[in-house]
Write a protein that binds this ligand. Sequence first.
Ligand code: 3NM
Length: 213
Amino acid sequence: MTSCTKQVLAKQLRLYFVCGTTDASDLVTTVKTALRCGVTCFQFREKGKDALYGDEKEAMARTLQHECREAKVPFIINDDVELALAIDADGIHVGQDDLPAKQVRERLGPDKWLGVSVHTMEEVSAALPFADYVGIGPIHETRSKLDAGIVRGTELIQQVRRHYPLLPIVGIGGIRPDHVPAIIDDGADGVAVISAIASAPDVAEATRRFACL
Ligand code: 3NM
């Protein structure tokens, strides 16, 4: 990826909404509202005991992809390369327990975005030849991912930024609007958010609070 494209990607990660059917009572309405109110990237992350799978998951993905296309917002799929390829998503995001970044890149080809969740500098350097951006967390305590591990603050973000000035970085985990300025100051290009938007009593207002920062 050229440095110019990296800059475009970094901007696009500014307010990255991550959500699946187990995070929102009405996923499609939540995503439509969030898109209308300033989300800059969307990841369909369908996880948990009651998650959709198979045809139902694909149908939901296509519906959300359509909304993202209308809003001109990139549509990323979490940890499902087959689905991402089947529906021609804009990219995929994987964690350390998913398919290794090298294999995902081989399957995806060079043009789709690949994001990788990382927790150490070693994981960053392993991901780097293949990833377009990294997700670093949990910055704060989160209830949305049971195995998120220890709360890290922004130390790794600062370290990664010092070593890789151009690498697009997104912070994740327990992020509320008032956390955002410090996370960006410490080197992230954007924040990824589930519950502060998906569980907000007013999704539009919550999204706008993030988007205006
Ligand atoms: N990944 P919320 S934390 C999906 O640390 C995810 O890698 C994390 O949800 C990581 O905004 C997390 O509700 C959950 O805290 C983020």
